[in-house]
Ligand binder design. Sequence first.
Ligand SMILES: [Zn+2]
Length: 461
Amino acid sequence: MAIDLIIRGGTVVTATERRTEDVAVEAGRIVEVGARLAAPADAREVDASGLLVLPGVVDVHTHTRVASDESPDRFFQDSVAAAFGGTTTFLAFNNPGTGSDQTGSLPSDATAWRRQTDSDSAVDYGLNLVLQPAHADNLAAEIPAVIEMGVPTFKAFMVYDFGLPPAAIGVALRAAARARGMLMVHGEDRAALEANIARLKAQGKTQPRYHAQSRPPYVEAAGTRMAVEMARAEDAPVYLVHLSSQEALAEVEKGRAVGGQVFVETCPHFLVLDESRYLLPDAQCACFVISPPLRSPADRDALWEALAHGALNAVSTDHVPDTVADKRGWDECFDLISNGAPGIETLLTNVYGQGVARGRLTVERMVDVLSTTPARLFGLPSKGAIEPGKDADLVLFDPQERRTVTQAELHHTSDFTPYEGLATSGIVRSTIVRGEFVIRDGHFVGRRGHGQFQERRLTWR
Ligand SMILES: [Zn+2]
């Protein structure tokens, strides 16, 4: 064996256990995990004693923006931010607003996005294709074609101007299921939402805080119920993105109880923040305009519970690299504010610091929801675990270190973080992608283009 890197004496964590062991790496892959492994004299040795050795985080929900003439570094920069946060693979959407070419054809969209991101990432990455009204007539033919291209996961929005009408969502669920793909759904009821927005506007309630009142939990629950029932009707799996409320979770549980194959993620902002942010002055409040909106402390606690006990399958960021300036529009009406907030760099520290360190989640369960399950569900068989044969995507994490999250110390393309001032414990020391350090002792040592596009197959289907 030509071991070239050996991580010594860390606490190696998997989805089921933790042990003090060494990890041996050869040509980018893990070749052995065990106590006091022998290694050739020329192997690079890294002392990980006192540290957790975690599989790299797999963030399946980001809206990273592709390079543009004005911002040639933005995709790369967010990939570096991901690495600083311990994320070794991220999946991006190509929705309007990300700078991706919108061709009206799914295979052309996929090809264009690959060209626009080629050799531009510091960590591994992949694509979830966004289905839009322009694709609606060709979904049955084009979905199998792009699954063949290694893009087996799709996103349909029920709301926004690029949302899909229900009939097309049904076609997409069926086409994806038949070709061993999976649809991700943004579940909110469009009719209920639009009625609420119109009512609030008529009442002169246009400030950012009314964003939350336009999207109460029943709007999410109604959309969730529709997605779950449509998937059941098509005998298709479905993945609900960014679940935020107990009401929506109840709809998921109902669907599962009658045999539905329903997977669900939540996001760090729903686990860490709550609706009290909407009491802030308008300009600050606008930075928390996220859909679904931040919920009550009771919802937040219920999500932690559901995460610990398995009702939620994953935590992903819904990273939107908006700046404060992008949040303009708040002085006119809440429905003109760009939705979303950055999070690509703070996922692991949020879930560890607010979850594991506070006894809400075991470290093994954290590994499961951040790495093992998303890798499995999204067709990344070489990712998500520390075992022989997997890619050496590793995070050396210091659980003792305490710090305060602040924009000044982050590397993402946004100019704010929703977690400003949050006291947290645990810090990423080093991040390794396929055996190469990308972050070493808190410094970026990687390179643009090290990240490889992941052609995926949903082998569990
Ligand atoms: Zn999203």
